[in-house]
Design a protein around this ligand. Structure first.
Ligand code: PHE
Length: 339
């Protein structure tokens, strides 16, 4: 029996095949349920005790080698390995990859972040569901203050108030609670106001608000920062500030940029004046600083806030704010080439 196993071992070692059928026939012959190895193991019972060890080892060796041979031949005969390399044509065009597009709100938001981060502003974010303190009271808007009506609010719960934030100034309050001056941060995010939906207004929109607090910050710093922003963002270098009112800033102003009157669209969007309002701003009211434990005798600061939709509508000449939220691919696809 020992000689027979030796012969079979040699047969296994010498066997070679490429075709899967031949390999399978070899496997069945040696390792199948009625194969040689099975048979030999059956005969093994009759082997006398003295030779059992030696013959047993030889049998195991035969089984192992036959199994390894089958595996090795199978993997080297797989279609991938068989393909001659020179048949691959590297000059063939790639399958077209269909590209998505960023939403215009994201594009404009990223541009604004980019402009301000170049002059040292960080980005801060906060919750969309807010409490009364962060959205109103800390911003110098105590209960029953008439200016609360400037931002019609969606309340989730009354007493204590839980609401959808009406501006991202709430994020700036949170930021001041956690950081000490100098502070330079912008807060982009989604805000909610109970307004009638029209081509110009929506109950959900996006803002970027900015906050700068340090020693000796003046109104001139505010104006210079806004001028830098309008130059970078719109390529326009003329702005004007009109006195206005916000409870959290004193003095407050509305910022207009000079858009020009070159085209008919310029006439339409500027109502024939050439000027376009783009944001609100002002020097942070000392009460707001005090509410965040910042000493107004030592520090001063400015804040500003703008709507992203409005700026995107200007830059891309989008006539209706509702287009941003309808997710119509014919609209969204037009932003494919913009990063
Ligand atoms: N929070 C104001 C708004 O949403 C914008 C603003 C921010 C105005 C900062 C002045 C200073 O209308």
């Amino acid at each position: 029996m020992k000689n027979k196993i030796q012969e079979l071992l040699e047969e296994v070692q010498q066997f070679n095949a490429n075709a899967l059928d031949d390999i399978e026939a070899f496997r069945i012959k040696f390792l199948g349920s009625k194969g040689i190895v099975k048979e030999l193991f059956a005969d093994f019972k009759q082997v006398e005790a003295a030779s059992k060890k030696e013959i047993g080892q030889a049998l195991n060796e035969l089984r192992t080698q036959a199994t390894e041979k089958v595996n090795a031949l199978k993997s080297s005969s797989s279609p991938l390995n068989k393909q001659p390399k020179e048949e691959i044509d590297f000059t063939r065009p790639e399958q077209p990859v269909s590209l998505g597009a960023r939403h215009p709100i994201s594009i404009v938001k990223n541009q604004i972040i980019d402009v301000f981060s170049r002059i040292g502003f960080t980005v801060s974010e906060g919750p969309e569901i807010e409490d009364d303190w962060h959205n109103f009271t800390a911003l110098n808007l105590p209960e029953y203050h008439p200016a609360r009506d400037m931002q019609d609010t969606f309340f989730i719960e009354k007493d204590p108030d839980v609401l959808l934030r009406t501006h991202t100034s709430s994020v700036q309050v949170r930021y001041m609670e956690e950081h000490k001056p100098p502070i330079r941060t912008i807060s982009p995010g989604r805000v909610f106001r109970n307004e009638d939906i029209s081509a110009r207004a929506h109950c959900i929109f996006h803002q970027v608000e900015g906050l700068y607090i340090d020693t000796d910050v003046s109104f001139a710093d505010l104006k210079q920062t806004l001028l830098y922003f309008t130059k970078e963002m719109f390529g326009k270098s003329k702005i004007r500030l009109r006195p206005s009112y916000f409870p959290f800033t004193e003095p407050s102003a509305e910022v207009d940029i000079y858009w020009g009157l070159k085209t008919e669209t310029d006439y339409r969007i500027t109502k024939g004046t050439g000027w376009l309002e783009i944001m609100g701003c002002g020097m942070v009211d000392p009460n707001v600083l005090r509410n965040a434990d910042i000493d107004p005798e030592k520090y001063s600061g400015f804040a500003f806030g703008m709507g992203i939709e409005r700026i995107a509508m200007l830059l891309y000449q989008i006539p209706d704010i509702r287009m941003f939220y309808e997710n119509d691919v014919r609209f969204l696809e037009q932003f494919k080439s913009v990063i």
